[in-house]
Design a protein around this ligand. Structure first.
Ligand SMILES: Cc1cc2nc3c(=O)[nH]c(=O)nc-3n(C[C@H](O)[C@H](O)[C@H](O)COP(=O)(O)O)c2cc1C
Length: 245
């Protein structure tokens, strides 16, 4: 058992797991603790699907860019932003849900991110590790077909969980002054923080035992952010009934 602060500060994504199942009561404890996250207007607009079927895992791993840890992880979860229970609540009370609004998409996605982060944190507090899998959005329609995900719900990310078989170093985050400002957004722009943080991240990448590289954060981000990533998402999200108004 670790304190919440200790657990947060020792977070690193785990992509290699021991061949050891997570007991059911531990999974339940993780999920029922994670669901204590704050939720916008108490909507709890999410559903989590545990994918046990090895064939489905294979398909999801492949469409996610062949991420082997999706196949190997003792537990693989898919987190959906989901308005279906809210629609049922409206129906129960003879009302029609005013659906399709961008605001509901934001609310459901934020709620899903909060329970997702709480899930990983709860797992880490019990000595487990894991990694978010955003790459399930490479082919979100296939994920929906595979897991029978209806309209008014969409897969936001997956998550591998298990007992760590690796001890990667903790990645240095931005310095506090790089993301925390008093009273107003920095008038002088945000360029100044890059210099110092590039030095920190360069040192970190050169000191790693594995996947050692001569790289800085800004170079990495420039490479990533100058590429078009998943341009299908707008049409996909609209096809699920979100963001059409
Ligand atoms: C929403 C989200 C999606 C992510 N998707 C992937 C993924 O598909 N595959 C992967 O290996 N890591 C994925 N990651 C992990 C990030 O790469 C990782 O958190 C980041 O590099 C920081 O490293 P750390 O978690 O070890 O501190 C994702 C993280 C988040 C929050």
């Amino acid at each position: 058992m670790y304190t919440a602060i200790e657990t947060m500060r020792s977070h690193r994504s785990i992509r290699k797991f021991k061949d050891k199942a997570i007991p059911e009561d531990i999974i339940e404890n993780i999920l029922t603790s994670a669901q204590c996250a704050a939720t916008s207007n108490f909507v709890q607009a999410y559903t989590i699907i545990r994918v046990d079927d090895p064939q489905n895992r294979q398909v999801i791993a492949k469409l996610s860019g062949s991420q082997q840890w999706i196949i190997d992880a003792p537990v693989f979860l898919v987190f959906l932003a989901d308005l279906n229970r809210l629609e049922a609540a409206c129906r129960k009370h003879g009302k029609e849900m005013a659906d399709g609004y961008m605001e509901q998409f934001i609310v459901a996605t934020v709620d899903t991110a909060l329970i997702g982060q709480n899930t990983l944190l709860a797992a880490e507090s019990l000595g487990l590790g894991g990694v978010f899998i955003g790459a399930i959005r490479n082919d979100p329609k296939k994920v929906c077909d595979l897991l029978s995900i209806p309209e008014n719900a969409y897969p936001v990310f997956g998550m591998c969980l298990g007992y760590p078989d690796d001890q990667p170093p903790v990645k240095p985050r931005l310095p506090l002054e790089g993301f925390f400002r008093k009273d107003a957004y920095p008038a002088g722009g945000v360029d100044a923080v890059l210099e110092a943080y590039d030095k920190t991240t360069s040192k970190y990448y050169l000191s790693r035992d594995s996947n050692l590289k001569d790289e800085t954060w800004s170079a990495q981000m420039a490479g990533f952010m100058s590429k078009v990533v998943r341009p299908h998402m707008k049409a996909f999200i609209e096809s699920k009934g979100f963001c059409i108004r």
